[in-house]
Write a protein that binds this ligand. Structure first.
Ligand SMILES: [Zn+2]
Length: 484
């Protein structure tokens, strides 16, 4: 062996040694080693689920194992029970500090363990039990379920989604997956698309996703709390039809109407607002800020127009640098590039369906209660940029479409202009749909979309007269029909 050959060999060996020392990162780059290639023609569907998709455990696997999310009903019952005494005391003595202290300690017992470490990572005692899939069953009638810790940095969760996608591909013998992301699942999917190539994605649906955030998170992280009587009334009127049977709805709305029109609802809310005004600072300082300030998942919901103010309000002057690095990355590199990321899919000929729901009163807790929404996510944010009138208002007589792209993008009821969306031709609006509340009509829409994803040109809002841009949700008939 000559000297040159020996030194080359030693270099090759040390390179191999280094590569072997990095088994995880290197292995994930390698193409999946399919034993069989599936020729069924139906790419597996992965459902990237919403907030609360994974159960969170404290001290899992020990004698003290406890479910901390979602808390069990008994925990809420105990909370209400514990507050009855302090509430009676409040009415009698108007001692707000005492009531706030009791509220904070009772709520902390349930929600306190959800607080992340200062840097935005989970505390070691809180974990999920999510596992990679093992069942190779796939097709249009079956979805793999991807759940995750909602408190985690979505970019970290995206790396877990990448592993999950690889596992599904390996298991099913396909080279691509179809994705249906629901609500917070869209935040995870957008992070995935920002961090990884879209090569493994056949097609993608975003259902009611806070891609550009949600005002309830922005307002609450800026301290803009507001209980408004009109909003509470409209919340009942617009959200309850999806949640109650027609019979029960009649009874409950009869009661709500009576309370509203007699002024009793307003009276109760005025009283509640006095309590809120007197307790809110303490509740933020001792309950909400400690629990939520390092929750990267909730930070991802804060829209750009609130973001820097929210950081000042929630984190103050001595913000944890590692936390800020994580939340800034999501905010500026994922949410801030939403239009770029989505247009990248279209450029790669990947079918995209963005489903934005509308005409439901948003959570009646915040200053922006007049925003049109699906109850949880504002229509302008889930549609990634539509121009939307306030709830129960219109864009006005003589409104002219903001961007003339040769199509009409104004809703028949003149409330929405989709021409300003990131993907005006790939965004569907469903009137009277409550956040992520679906039925057979939605299943049929999604099935049509996935069945069409082999078309040479991706389908859009002009492809099928049954599914134009603006759809009407018919809850009783369980259908979606073109909005008239
Ligand atoms: Zn197959």
């Amino acid at each position: 062996m000559n000297k040159t050959f020996r030194s080359v060999l030693s270099i090759v060996l040390s390179v191999l040694l280094v590569l072997c020392a990095l088994p995880v990162s290197f292995a994930s780059e390698a193409p999946a080693a399919h034993t069989d290639t599936c020729t069924c023609g139906e790419e597996p569907i992965i459902y990237v689920a919403a907030l609360g998709s994974a159960t969170l455990y404290q001290n899992a696997g020990t004698e003290d194992e406890k479910v901390i999310f979602r808390p069990e009903t008994s925990a809420y019952v105990k909370l209400v029970f514990n507050l009855l005494g302090p509430l009676a005391n409040l009415i009698l003595t108007k001692n707000y500090d005492y009531f706030a202290d009791k509220l904070i300690s009772a709520a902390n017992e349930i929600f306190g363990p959800l607080a992340n470490a200062e840097d935005g990572s989970s505390t070691p005692d809180v974990t999920t039990k999510e596992e990679l899939p093992t069942d190779p069953k796939h097709g249009l009638d079956y979805s793999y379920y991807f759940g995750y810790d909602f408190r985690a940095d979505p970019v970290l969760t995206a790396s877990k989604l990448n592993d999950y996608i690889d596992a599904v591909l390996e298991l099913t013998g396909h080279t691509q997956v179809r994705v249906r992301a629901s609500s917070m699942g869209g935040v995870v999917m957008m992070s995935y698309l920002r961090e990884y190539s879209s090569d493994k994605v056949k097609s993608v649906i975003f259902q009611n996703c806070p891609i550009d955030g949600t005002a309830v998170a922005g307002d609450l992280f800026c301290g803009n709390f507001e209980l408004n009587t009109t909003a509470v009334y409209r919340y009942a009127a617009t959200a309850l039809p999806s949640l109650l049977s027609p019979f029960l709805l009649k009874i409950v709305m009869g009661l709500v109407d009576t309370l509203y029109y007699t002024g009793i609802l307003g009276f109760i809310i005025d009283k509640l607002n006095v309590v809120v005004e007197n307790c809110i600072d303490k509740v933020y300082d001792e309950l909400l800020i400690p629990i939520f300030k390092a929750n990267c998942g909730i930070w991802a919901f804060v829209p750009d127009e609130y973001y820097e103010d929210a950081k000042a309000f929630m984190l103050g002057d001595d913000a944890n640098a590692a936390l800020v690095e994580k939340i800034d990355y999501y905010h500026y590199e994922v949410q801030g590039k939403s239009s770029e990321i989505l247009n990248g899919l279209i450029e790669n000929n990947i079918p995209v369906m963005i489903v934005s729901a509308t005409n439901i009163q948003r959570t009646p807790l915040v200053e922006t209660w007049h925003n049109d929404s699906d109850g949880t996510v504002d229509t302008k944010y889930s549609s990634v940029g539509a121009t939307v009138a306030n709830l129960w208002e219109t864009l006005g007589d003589g409104y002219v479409q903001a961007i003339d792209d040769g199509h009409n993008h104004i809703s028949p009821d003149n409330r929405i202009d989709a021409s300003t969306c990131a993907l005006p031709d790939h965004t569907w609006f469903i009137n009277d749909m409550v956040h992520c509340t679906t039925h057979d009509g939605h299943d049929a829409l999604y099935r049509w979309f996935f069945e069409s994803d082999n078309n040479e040109t991706p389908v859009n809002v002009f492809s099928n007269p049954a599914y134009p841009q603006f759809l009407q949700n018919n809850i009783q008939e369980q259908t979606l029909t073109p909005q008239q």
